[in-house]
Structures are given as structure tokens and as C-alpha cells.
Design a protein around this ligand. Structure first.
Ligand code: SF4
Ligand code: SF4
Length: 478
């Protein structure tokens, strides 16, 4: 065996297998229509759902959760697409971004703005840091308990339309994929959950990139092309070391004249990726916020845990005599108070064990290891939701509005479609996922910074134990 072949095999073992070696995948990725055709199809679906949901509200006398499962818009958006995107991101990395219709809309409006002579500016620093995306994500999380966003098709249609308009506006006003880099409410979730995904765009041998004269993957004069562009996200593909910001659009693969970009299939949480011991503040805040949301979601499948989690906001709502504000109080409890209390305890443990200089430092060191466990909790809830909602699809396809079916199910004149898999079975899968995530999260903490590992491993174990305790209720059937 020649040395070069041995080196290639060693590289493959370390980084993963290059899927571009498979002819059909290579042809698809290099095709001029990729990913536009897929994005266009998804845009059609998004517009259709926004139009279908417009003005639809739950009928009186029917539980809104039942209506949400029966209505095609809420069923597809919140019962299938959103949990599906969370699951796909954890498994595959930011694969969703490659076919996302909002990127297409922002891409086209950016070109229209340029053609119309708009003076497009660089992304403002606040937006580039992710704070705007975080605020939009938090607003959507508040709209769930506060406005029942996930159960009201009209509100869902408004949010979809608002995102489309925001993509158009940011494309017109700013340059270089500004919507994805600074405004997309899902971007922090995709960037933190997708790091361990098994798919990754990565450069080949560094010597090839060093010797490259063309630098097509970063050249500014190639950025405005329709295909084989230099990276529209302003990354340097030749130095790509993690999945956090790469949208897997494959433009760099097409642009590279040395054929040195790869689409890797690799182990989850590849050891070849770069890690940072302290993540940016905005990513930390995101993981904190979403941890509260995931705890509430896990509790929602077990009546006793749900009652316990909701006791404080329920008490406050009653004490304030503010029944109409109950959902918003629950939202603040879920994404602000619970995370602050939980992370103060977790960060305090890290500080006491000498793993950080203060609470803020501890939080930033904990964010990525804990993101692994939180993502596993999120995936578990996604599985529970999708498997219990999926049986409603045939009915929703025959009656997209869903009012009549929901009323009939509510009146018990027709049976409710059974769950695809029982909650105890999903719970058993979730237990395995969470246990694996505790191991992976601890490994992430070690790879990011082997010093004082035990100080950061203890909070990972504590959150894993909390999730497992809630899952015992799932195993009993809720
Ligand atoms: S960052 Fe957001 S808008 Fe951009 S491709 Fe990903 S999901 Fe779509
Ligand atoms: S690095 Fe390549 S695949 Fe990733 S966003 Fe940039 S051009 Fe797209």
C-alpha cells in the first residue's frame, strides 16, 4: 500500500467518510439547482401553510390542543416540522439550513436590493453577535404559553408571514446572508444543537488549501454569483473546524477548483472538531433559556411533574388576580426564572469546585456541555410529540381546517387517533438518549478544557439526573 493511500485512510478514519465519493451524492451537490430546487419546494409549502392558516382560530368548546392536532397547519408546523427540525439538527447538524426557504427569500431579496441600487450595509454588531436572534427566539417562546402560538393557526400564519417579511427586509437592507447570520430565531438552536451532527462540510488536506492560488471559496468577486459562490456566510471554508455557523449550502464545494472540500459522514461529536472552553455570552444565554423550556416540555408529558412545574406561576397568577396574564407569567417562569435559579445552582457548584472564577465564567464554560443534555431532552419531547400527533395526518388531509373533526373527537363521536408509539416506549428511548448525552456532554467538557473537568462534569450529571427523574413519569405512562 502506498504512503498516500495509507494517509488517506488514516484521514478518513479520523474525520469520517467523504460522501462526495459516492457518485449520486456528488452529482446532486454539484448540480446547479442544488439547493435552490429544494428551497423553492419548501417555500411553496411555507406559503401554502401561511395562506391556509390565515384567520383560523380554535372553535369554541373544543380543547385547543386537540384542535391543534386536527388542523393541518398547526399539525405540520408544530407537530411535525419543528420537532423534526430539532431531531434532524442533533443527528445531522445544520442540514435543515441547506433547504431552508427563508435563506432563499433573503438571498433573492439581497440581489433585488443590489439591483435596485440599495446601499446595503454590513450586519450591525448587535445582530452579528446573535442578540437579535436570541430576542426573537425568546419572543416566540413567550408566544407559546402567552398566545398559544402552537395551537392557533392564525397566529402561526402570522409568525410565518412575519419571518418571510423579515427575511425580505434584512435581505434588502444588509449584505452577506444577514438574515441567517443575525436575525433567524432558530439560528442559535441550530448552531448549538448541530455541533455534534454526523454530517459536516470540511476542507481536505491543509497543504492543498495553502497551495491554492484561486481561493475561490473566499474571493469577494465570487460572492454574488448564483452558484459556486465564495462562502455567502463569510466563513473561511478552508479553515472550517466546527458546524456552528456553516449552513451546509455546499457553495464552497462547488466553488473549489482544487476539489478539496468534503461532505463528511462522521461519528457524532467528532473528536476532530474545534471546541472552545468559554462560549460567547449570547450562546450561553440561549442554552440557559432553552433549558427552562425543555424542562417544562419534559414535565408536560407527566401530570404530576406538570402540576409541580406550573405551581409557582399558577399561584402567582391567582395571587395577582391576573387570569388573562397567566400564560405570560408561565412564559417568564419558564424561560427566565427557572433558568436563572437552575444555572445559579449549577454555576455555584462549578465555582465551589474551583472550575470557574465566578458565575458568569461558570455559565460560559457549562453552556456547550449542557447543550448536549438539553438537546437530548428536546429530542425526547420531539419524539413524544411527533409519535402522538402523527396519527392525525390522514384526518387533517381530508379536513385541513380540523374544526369538525376536533369537535367530533371532543364529543367522542369518533375516536382520537392512537399514538404511533406509547409514552413508556418513547420514555425508554429518551432514557437511553439522556444517559448517552450525559456521557457525551462530559466528553465535550473534557475536550473543550481537560483542566478541572470534574467541576463541569457535576452539573452535567445533575441536569441529566433531573431529566431522568422526570422521565420516570413517562415510563409509567404519564
Ligand atoms: S439560519 Fe435560519 S434562515 Fe438561515 S438557513 Fe438556517 S434556519 Fe434558515
Ligand atoms: S462553509 Fe461552505 S457549506 Fe458552509 S456556509 Fe460557507 S459555503 Fe456554505
Amino acid at each position: 500500500m502506498s504512503t498516500s493511500v495509507r494517509v488517506m485512510i488514516a484521514d478518513t478514519r479520523k474525520d469520517g467518510f467523504d460522501l462526495l465519493r459516492i457518485g449520486a451524492i456528488r452529482a446532486l451537490v454539484l448540480w446547479r439547482g442544488f439547493p435552490y430546487v429544494f428551497q423553492g419546494a419548501m417555500l411553496g409549502v411555507l406559503l401554502g401553510l401561511a395562506a391556509l392558516g390565515w384567520g383560523q382560530v380554535p372553535p369554541a368548546g373544543v380543547p385547543d390542543k386537540l384542535f391543534a392536532k386536527s388542523n393541518l397547519v398547526t399539525l405540520l408546523v408544530w407537530g411535525l416540522w419543528w420537532p423534526g427540525m430539532v431531531i434532524a439538527t442533533v443527528l445531522l447538524g445544520r442540514a435543515w439550513c441547506a433547504i431552508c426557504p427563508l435563506e432563499l427569500v433573503a438571498n433573492v431579496s439581497e440581489r433585488v436590493g443590489r439591483t435596485l441600487g440599495f446601499r446595503q450595509r454590513a450586519l450591525p454588531r448587535r445582530a452579528a453577535s446573535g442578540f437579535v436572534a436570541l430576542a426573537l427566539f425568546a419572543a416566540m417562546q413567550m408566544l407559546i404559553p402567552g398566545g398559544h402560538l402552537h395551537r392557533v393557526p392564525a397566529l402561526t400564519a402570522l409568525v410565518l408571514s412575519g419571518l418571510l417579511l423579515l427575511a425580505v427586509a434584512t435581505g434588502l437592507l444588509y449584505e452577506h446572508r444577514a438574515f441567517c447570520r443575525g436575525f433567524c430565531p432558530a439560528s442559535l438552536l441550530l448552531g448549538s444543537y448541530g455541533r455534534g451532527g454526523v454530517l459536516a462540510i470540511r476542507p481536505g488536506p491543509a497543504e492543498t488549501c495553502r497551495a491554492c492560488a484561486g481561493k475561490e471559496c473566499v474571493r469577494a468577486d465570487r460572492r454574488d454569483r448564483w452558484t459556486a459562490r465564495s462562502c455567502p456566510s463569510l466563513l473561511n471554508p478552508a479553515r472550517l473546524q466546527h458546524n456552528g455557523d456553516c449552513l451546509m449550502c455546499a457553495e464552497c464545494v462547488k466553488a473549489c477548483s482544487s476539489d478539496n472540500m468534503r461532505l463528511l459522514l462522521r461519528r457524532p461529536f467528532s473528536g476532530a472538531d474545534a471546541r472552545t472552553a468559554r462560549v460567547p455570552r449570547v450562546m450561553t444565554l440561549f442554552v440557559m433559556l432553552v433549558s427552562g423550556f425543555v424542562i417544562s416540555e419534559l414535565c408536560s408529558e407527566w401530570e404530576a411533574a406538570k402540576a409541580l412545574f406550573g405551581w409557582v406561576p399558577g399561584y402567582l397568577t391567582a395571587a395577582l388576580g391576573a387570569k388573562t396574564l397567566g400564560g405570560w407569567i408561565e412564559g417568564i417562569w419558564t424561560i427566565v426564572i427557572v433558568p436563572v435559579v437552575l444555572w445559579t445552582v449549577l454555576g455555584g457548584v462549578v465555582v465551589l469546585l474551583g472550575g470557574a472564577r465566578g458565575l458568569g465564567d461558570a455559565w460560559r464554560r457549562l453552556a456547550l456541555p449542557l447543550a448536549v443534555v438539553v438537546a437530548a431532552g428536546h429530542v425526547s419531547k420531539g419524539l413524544a410529540k411527533t409519535t402522538s400527533w402523527i396519527g392525525f395526518i390522514p384526518g387533517a388531509l381530508s379536513d385541513p381546517a380540523g374544526s369538525v373533526r376536533a369537535a367530533a373527537i371532543s364529543a367522542k363521536t369518533i375516536p382520537s387517533p392512537p399514538a404511533l408509539v406509547s409514552l413508556p416506549v418513547v420514555g425508554a428511548v429518551a432514557v437511553v438518549l439522556v444517559a448517552a448525552s450525559v456521557w457525551l456532554g462530559t466528553r465535550e467538557a473534557r475536550l473543550a478544557d481537560p483542566d478541572r473537568l470534574s467541576a463541569r462534569a457535576v452539573p452535567v450529571l445533575l441536569v441529566g439526573a433531573l431529566f431522568l427523574a422526570i422521565l420516570t413519569g413517562w415510563l409509567r405512562g404519564g
